[in-house]
Design a protein around this ligand. Structure first.
Ligand SMILES: [Zn+2]
Ligand SMILES: [Zn+2]
Length: 70
């Protein structure tokens, strides 16, 4: 895809939908989880509210860490 390649930094395949907000490294969430760099924890919000997904990201490329939720 030329300049806007979204090749996964882990497996090299295209279609990486996630990227590091610090350095822009593209990756598949599944690949990062397998390597242990991305940890996802889902918290159920009960019957009526929707659940929240918290993530912890430790970038192997720039070495920065971040937390957040979807
Ligand atoms: Zn991948
Ligand atoms: Zn990074």
């Amino acid at each position: 895809m030329g300049l806007f390649s979204t090749d996964c930094a882990y497996c090299g395949d295209s279609g990486a939908s996630e990227n590091c907000s610090q350095c822009g490294m593209d990756f598949h969430a599944e690949c990062a989880q397998q390597r242990g760099d991305l940890q996802i924890k889902e918290e159920g919000g009960g019957l009526l509210s929707s659940s929240t997904t918290h993530y912890r990201w430790a970038c192997p490329n720039c070495g920065r860490r971040s937390n957040g939720s979807f």
